[in-house]
Design a protein around this ligand. Structure first.
Ligand code: ADP
Length: 443
């Protein structure tokens, strides 16, 4: 009871309160409603200033301004160096005006002035691990998914509980043992084989898990967000949920090369890639030639026992996917697409499917809109850049895209116009561990 000193005469801050408006689109302005609210000097209860009070109309204007500065620019269109210059300049100015800012902080907040000067403005971020990371992965690239999730999490000091996909538990268990052999302490990396509704859901709703990273279907992704919200509001990182990525063959493309790359983009991994180039858009001038050659390439694809050398395509993952793919093929025929080749199961046992090519595919057919996740190429004709941009951006998916062209202007135009997470120009499925991978849009 001795250290409390309340001055009879509070010290008068040497700073004028100048900015009391809402900052909307670069200007300090009054609220649409004209309202203000007082902010108080906590030492005396006196009003420091009447500050402009924003309501939903003002939020609307601010969001519109931010939207415009993002969608039209300039901010995201500037180079990193231009942005860096502005940000560093701002940091210099903040340092220069440290005293004024700290004064306002203490006046408004009541914290000791020295703390305002030293803590509030100059404190550095301390990067810390989040804690226990729950990780749920799918079956199409079990080891790659393991690496993408476990590598960064462990490197940053987190510990991991991973649930693998029920279809593919083996390679991850084997690899986890290698980590133990390498000296990873017990408990740092834990692996659960099991099913989604039981093991996966338990992990996503666990109260002691600090974060969940998930790759899989959109429906499950939504469910996992719900479980996180209902349990402990754990952070969620949803990755590459679904896709219906376009592979765009422009009119100037070398057709033979385009056919080969489009074939790879779709058929790789039995067509079981979230980023599969599953809508082959071909310019109308080269479409007939392309379809003929794509059909021959699919006919020549070697399907069989994946342990045999030279085999390009093995069986699909399970009977559920196998049946689903055959259902989509029937739907393609029923809705009027032209079945160029394939369309049946391959061999009398095993989940093998013939490499299948559809031409004359229309945007509203289910085979053009939905993720088939199998060896089914759907070829759509387009007229010009505007046509393909508009049709592509109509998709509910936004994961990846491929562009095949010899014209740098076309490549630049499409790269900037397509609303997807990754775009490959004259290549496909090229990854680098230092480049992030993921979609935009909600799927
Ligand atoms: P896919 O179509 O790739 O199989 P899923 O979303 O069904 O997509 O599966 C991806 C992963 O999510 C798998 O490990 C699966 O077991 C898991 N999973 C499926 N359903 C649930 C669920 N209800 N809760 C948690 N995890 C689930």
């Amino acid at each position: 009871s001795t250290a409390v000193v309340v001055d009879e005469q509070p010290i008068k801050p040497l700073v004028q309160v100048e900015h009391i408006g809402l900052l909307i689109d670069g200007k300090f302005v009054d609220a649409a409603s004209g309202k203000t609210f007082p902010t108080l000097d906590l030492r005396t209860g006196e009003v420091i200033a009447h500050v402009v009070e924003g309501h939903s109309e003002d939020i609307d204007m601010d969001v519109a301004a931010a939207r415009k500065a993002f969608d039209i620019g300039p901010w995201p269109k500037m180079t990193t160096y231009e942005r860096q210059k502005i940000m560093l300049h701002a940091a210099d100015l903040i340092e220069k005006h440290n005293d004024e800012i700290a004064t306002l902080e203490t006046w408004d907040n009541g914290k000791p002035y020295e703390q305002s000067r030293q803590v509030e403005i100059s404190m550095l971020t301390l990067h810390e691990p989040i804690g226990v990371a729950g990780q749920i992965i799918p079956w199409n690239f079990p080891l790659l998914m393991f690496a993408w999730k476990v590598g960064p999490a462990l490197a940053c000091g987190n510990t991991v509980v991973m649930k693998t996909a029920e279809q593919t538990p083996l390679s991850v268990l084997y690899t986890a043992r290698l980590f133990l052999e390498a000296g990873l302490p017990p408990g740092v990396l834990n692996i659960v084989s099991g099913f989604g509704p039981t093991a996966g859901a338990a992990l996503a709703s666990h109260m002691d898990v600090d974060k969940v990273a998930f790759t899989g279907s959109t429906a499950t992704g939504k469910f996992i967000l719900q479980l996180a919200a209902q349990s402990n509001l754990k952070q969620i990182r949803l990755l590459e949920l679904g896709g219906k990525s376009p592979f765009i063959v422009c009119e100037d493309a070398d057709v033979d090369q385009a056919v080969e790359l489009a074939h790879f983009a779709l058929f790789f991994n039995q067509g079981q890639c979230c980023c599969a180039g599953s809508r082959t858009f071909v310019h109308e001038r080269v479409c007939d030639e392309f379809v003929e050659k794509a059909k021959i390439r699919a006919l020549n694809r070697s399907v069989g026992d994946p342990f045999k050398s030279g085999i390009e395509q093995g069986p699909q993952i399970d009977s559920k996917q196998f049946e689903k793919i055959l259902r989509y093929i029937r739907s393609g025929v029923d809705t009027g697409a032209t079945l160029e080749t394939g369309g049946e199961r391959h061999a009398s046992k095993g989940y093998y499917i013939q490499p299948t090519v559809f031409s004359d595919v229309q945007d509203d057919m289910p085979i053009a809109k939905e993720e088939i996740f199998g060896p089914v190429q759907t070829i759509l004709k387009f007229k010009n850049n505007e046509d393909v941009i508009q049709r592509e951006n109509n998709s509910k998916y936004g994961l990846a895209a491929g562009i095949f062209t010899q014209n740098i202007d076309t490549a630049n135009t499409l790269t900037r116009a397509l609303k997807v997470g990754t775009i490959w120009v004259n290549c496909y499925d090229v990854f680098d561990a230092t480049i992030p991978f993921g979609g935009i849009k909600t799927k």
